[in-house]
Ligand binder design. Structure first.
Ligand code: IPE
Ligand code: IPE
Ligand code: MG
Length: 244
């Protein structure tokens, strides 16, 4: 059966269950228009709303978006503050705009380093949406793949030392349960717009067998049609996982 959301259909039976997006290119989008970088971030936030709602409509189960990396603290203080304010605003608006659309919102990353206000808002938004049954929007804030793995290793070592965990039990299933993405299927498809061809510390553990899709479009210009294009491309791939 096809989903008739665009001129060209996509195959609803072979949809990626979990899509992850590195939302990149906000700064370049703004620069091209002679606008401050903040205008690009603001436009990018609108794109998240649009892509999230559309993904929910077409039956994607999980959408993980990279909003702020552990390396993004290197940016000028003004830009970091702007991004944090924007995330706070996004979470507040999400209560109204996305929760009503049956969307579940969660945040992954080391949130202890975020302001008290954002942490409280995260808790509020997560609690408010936890009983929804639609798409899970996972927002990666102060997220780093290496940081996540280090955090997992520390907790595993501690559980071996103090909680009776046996070293022999440490395998990839156990490791997965110590990741921020605990309980979630690994991303089937990782999308990176803006023309960069790298992961930039995103989902290092989980991306082992993800299909990758790159595009030159800057994130604020990313459309639902671009998402469908990525999904159609994904549906042509042959995932072998090391087999034949
Ligand atoms: C992505 O856009 C948003 C964040 C990393 C927070 P950029 O701000 O990285 O945009 P470019 O890469 O400079 O164009
Ligand atoms: C990756 O984009 C992080 C996010 C999209 C949140 P960056 O713009 O920070 O990545 P690099 O610096 O180009 O690798
Ligand atoms: Mg960038």
């Amino acid at each position: 059966m096809g989903i008739n959301k665009s001129k060209e259909k996509i195959d609803a039976s072979g949809l990626p269950e979990h899509i992850a997006i590195i939302m990149d290119g906000n700064g370049r989008w703004a620069q091209k228009r002679g606008l401050p970088r903040s205008a690009g971030h603001r436009a990018g936030a609108q794109t998240i709303r649009k892509i999230t709602e559309f993904s929910n409509e077409i039956g994607i189960k999980v959408l993980t978006v990279y909003a702020f990396s552990t390396e993004n603290w290197k940016r000028p203080e003004g830009e970091v503050n702007f991004l944090m304010d924007l995330l706070l605003e996004f979470l507040k608006d999400a209560e109204r705009q996305l929760a009503g659309k049956n969307i579940v919102i969660k945040v992954i990353g080391d949130i202890k380093l975020l302001s008290e206000e954002i942490q409280q808002q995260i808790h509020k938004t997560e609690t408010l949406t936890q009983n929804n049954s639609g798409l899970l929007l996972n927002i990666a804030i102060n997220y780093g793949g290496r940081d996540e793995i280090i955090n997992a290793v520390k907790r595993i070592v501690s559980d071996v030392q103090y909680s009776g965990l046996n070293i022999e039990e440490v395998d990839e299933y156990l490791m997965s349960r110590y990741m921020y993405t605990k309980g979630l299927k690994d991303p089937d498809l990782i999308i990176r717009p803006s023309g960069e061809l790298r992961l930039s510390n995103f989902l290092l553990w989980q991306s082992a067998y993800s299909e990758l899709w790159f595009s030159n479009i800057n994130w604020p210009d990313f459309t639902t049609e671009n998402l469908l294009e990525a999904i159609r491309d994904y549906q042509q791939r042959h995932r072998r996982y090391g087999g034949i």
